[in-house]
Design a protein around this ligand. Structure first.
Ligand SMILES: NC(=O)N[C@H]1NC(=O)NC1=O
Length: 485
């Protein structure tokens, strides 16, 4: 018999709750902060009691590099990246415009990307477009075709087909996008003019000149990318904001806390700018990175524990709106483990699907709740990419994307717990607290810890290609505003 209702009972926030979903439409029908007994439902309804586990909205990871199509599909791909997401309770991924070949910088390239993704995804996937020098005439067409936002680099991106933009390029892009439902995002690192750094303590360190020290030493690498690169770039972004006051701006993967007062001051002056950080900046610290361990290389770099505490405080205060993975994998050879050279190794960390447990492991001792985590990794990320109303919370009428989480269990990150294509991550062998027991996408189970991936679900992820209807962007939302009920 085809069931007309699926009822999931577990904990919603701290209280027992029940959600009723329709397997036919894949939508949430109702959410209750009480236990609805099975007798209240029509015959044929499926009733699953997950107590004492927690029912959470599926995560929306708004920053992943899935790298397909092109030769870097060896690094990751739609099938493996989305399977890794499903393992970790992530039900929506937003793919970055670079590292695949070609990059998502034209409509023609976007079509190639869409064709490559179709039929391969375990979870729903949306896309960002890229802003590079000279592609301004593609931007509005990309919005119409459904990109959720745009990313540009203010410093070398690491891949030649996605060059950095100048301020002139940014202004041209802003002019094109100023009235569009989108968000313009910046990889905010820039090399300050040398003259500014002479004896200037504001720069918090030396300018990024040639590395002075052993190339396999983490501190040599860290010293080459001081907070000044981030603060200079953020100041630069803020200085450009008046060119398009209605266009939401967003700083991706902030590492340096020194950037936060600049963003706060800008927001106070009315600049529509938000900021994200990543799981690795909240969980890993420079003090613990051994020389040569290039699994930890990313840009901007992982900084010291004191900086990390500042990021946690800013998250709790609502100054940082979202937490994402910036999953940017590569094949193991490109991490140059023999040489351990931090300057030549690929910069990027593989995390997709581990983030919820990483945040719970690190956040719980700091007083963070699952509700906070849900806010940062589902509700606010969905808002950033214009998906509220469909994704990011368990609300009647929204997609029944569900993560069943056991907050008391733990697991060790071995190769069998990594589902991304290349099993290279700084979390290897670490024990993480909190285990995703099941993941449901639009009303259907796609992964269960006990029985594994539901094979027939393998191609059910949808591509989120509808044009955004909102004005884009996000403002940091106080944690108590989380609409789980
Ligand atoms: N090209 C690319 O994926 N770059 C990412 N890697 C990283 O460490 N930071 C990034 O922006």
């Amino acid at each position: 018999m085809v069931s007309t209702r699926t009822i999931l009972r577990g904990f919603d926030k701290e209280t027992p709750g029940t959600i009723v979903i329709s397997p036919q439409t894949g939508k949430v029908l109702s959410v209750h902060t009480s236990i609805l007994p099975p007798t209240q439902f029509p015959p044929g309804a499926t009733y699953i009691d997950y107590t004492p586990n927690v029912i959470m909205p599926g995560l929306v990871d708004a920053h992943v590099h899935l790298n397909e199509p092109g030769w870097r599909t060896e690094w990751e791909g739609f099938e493996t990246g989305t399977r890794a997401a499903a393992f970790g309770g992530v039900t929506t991924l937003i793919d970055m415009p670079l590292n695949a070949i070609p990059p998502t910088t034209t409509v023609e390239n976007f079509d190639l990307k869409i064709n490559a993704a179709r039929g391969q995804c375990w979870v729903d996937v949306g896309f960002y477009g890229g802003v590079i020098p000279g592609n301004e005439d593609e931007l509005v067409a990309l919005v119409d075709k459904g990109v959720k936002g745009f990313k540009c680099f203010l410093i070398e991106s690491g891949v030649e087909e996605f060059p950095a933009v100048s301020n002139e390029d940014v202004k041209i892009a802003m002019e094109k996008l100023k009235d569009q439902p989108t968000v313009l995002m910046f990889h905010a690192e820039m090399i300050p003019p040398l003259a500014m750094s002479v004896g200037d303590s504001v720069l918090h360190g030396d300018p990024p000149l040639a590395p002075s020290g052993a190339l396999n030493s983490y501190s040599t690498f860290l010293d080459s990318r001081p907070p000044a690169l981030e603060t200079y770039a953020i100041e630069n972004v803020i200085s450009l904001a008046s060119a398009a006051p209605n266009l939401p701006l967003h700083i991706v993967h902030l590492s340096a806390v020194e950037g936060l007062p600049l963003l706060r001051a800008a927001r106070e002056k009315g600049v529509n700018v938000t900021v994200e950080t990543c799981f690795h900046y909240l969980a890993l610290a420079a003090e613990n990175i051994k020389d040569g361990d290039t699994r930890h290389k990313c840009c901007p770099p992982i900084r010291h524990a004191r900086n990390q505490e500042g990021l946690w405080e800013a998250l709790k205060a609502g100054e940082i709106a979202t937490v994402v993975s910036d999953h940017s994998p590569c094949t193991p050879d490109l991490k140059l483990f023999c040489e351990g050279d931090f300057f030549q190794a690929w910069g990027g960390i593989s995390t997709v699907g581990l983030g919820l447990s990483v945040l719970w492991t690190e956040g719980r001792p700091r007083g963070v709740t699952l509700e906070d985590i849900s806010q940062w990794t589902a509700y606010a990320t969905a808002k950033q990419v214009g998906l509220l109303g469909q994704k990011g919370a368990l609300e009647a009428g929204w997609d029944a994307d569900v993560c069943i989480f056991d907050p008391e269990a733990s697991f060790k990150v071995t190769h069998s717990e990594m589902h991304f294509k290349n099993k290279v991550t700084p979390y290897e062998d670490k024990t993480l607290n909190g285990v995703v027991m099941e993941t449901w996408l639009r009303g259907r189970k796609i992964y269960a810890r006990e029985s594994g991936f539901v094979e027939k679900a393998g191609a059910q992820g949808e591509l989120l290609l509808e044009k955004r209807k909102d004005i884009g962007g996000i403002q940091a939302i106080p944690v108590d505003a989380l609409p789980l009920n």
